[in-house]
Design a protein around this ligand. Sequence first.
Ligand code: PGA
Length: 243
Amino acid sequence: MKKLFIANWKMQLDYNGSLALAKLYQKNLKKVKNEIVIAPDFTALSALKEILKKSPLKLGAQDCAFGLKGAYTGEVSAKSLKQLGVKYVLIGHSERRGYFKEDSGLLKFKIAAALENGLVPVLCIGENLTAHKTKKAHAVLRRQLEEVLFGMDISNDNSLVIAYEPIWAIGSGKAMASAEVEASHVFIKGVLAELIGQIPRVLYGGSVSAQNALDLLEWPNIDGLLVGGASLKVDEFSKIVNV
Ligand code: PGA
């Protein structure tokens, strides 16, 4: 199966900056052997759809509303994202869990909204530093998966993606050791098989760089990468996706 790479531009770029970077991506990544997705902020999606029209690069969103439609001031529906050509949507990134207090109950609705509109939710999970140090990471991951996915009907293994991002590795310059990531992915896949009877792709995120990408991708259960900081530099991102 092709590896999946998602560039999470977060709120690092303004509208003009997003368009400029998308044009560089389009120029530098004309032929790709893997699946590559750009997740800009909401305002840039429409323009990126145009820029990437003839490109193999796909569009992702960083979040979506929990409601399908209605009086939810400030929210963006999964349906609108679908109409803008979005294929993947991040759900429950640790920055949203942290800053916006998104909890599992809310994430369940977001996943359902994404699925109902034909988007592929990318559920982000990961332990904090304390859990990591006290060897409680697996318990945290199991709980995060169970709380959101219990009772959900996931029709096949392509309709969901999991992004494993240890919180302490995000933006810290300290990626988790690849053997440890592989062990976590094996654990996550075991839980998923039990819980939803499917084994979707599991991506790793957290200080991915051109230096560590190859090492991570050599492991059989690391199905791709969710890249933040290194996705803002087209040369580095091209190296990562072409390893
Ligand atoms: P990072 O971010 O690559 O800058 O660590 C990853 C993420 O938060 O998705």
